[in-house]
Design a protein around this ligand. Structure first.
Ligand code: GCU
Length: 126
């Protein structure tokens, strides 16, 4: 099946802002998470049941990792590393596997350090 893109700027943001001042994002902008533990974004995705490839597109213009916790439907799945990409305008992708149920699923990313998350452009489900 085709992959589906979900723009971060359209997701539910807690302790973050939609910005567009670093070129290279897709859609109309990206999410700049507040630099605090607990800043988060939640996507609602519609899926068929099963294992799916989840790709996260981000930039991190610092040299420190900006790890986040990933939860699916409220259950902690894994920590995700968002290492430095060299510049806030250098966007890269990281891919992992998630198990989804049929119908709407929530995918949430929550910052786990005081630096907050990276700048997040979008997620893609394939
Ligand atoms: C800079 C940058 C932001 C980024 C922030 C951060 O202010 O312009 O896009 O989110 O650093 O460190 O989180």
């Amino acid at each position: 099946p085709p992959s589906t893109e979900y723009q971060a700027e359209n997701a539910t943001i807690s302790q973050g802002a939609v910005e567009s001042n670093h070129a290279g994002f897709t859609g109309t902008g990206f999410v700049n998470f507040d630099n605090v533990v607990g800043s988060s974004v939640e996507f609602t995705v519609d899926a068929a049941a099963g294992e799916r490839r989840l790709t996260l597109r981000f930039a991190n213009g610092t040299t420190a990792d900006r790890p986040m916790d990933l939860t699916v439907n409220g259950t902690a799945v894994q920590g995700v590393s968002f290492p430095g990409t060299g510049a806030w305008t250098t966007w890269v992708e990281t891919t992992l596997t998630v198990s989804l149920t049929a119908g709407p699923n929530t995918i949430r990313l929550t910052s786990t350090t005081a630096n907050g998350g990276p700048n997040l452009d979008r997620i893609t489900l394939a």
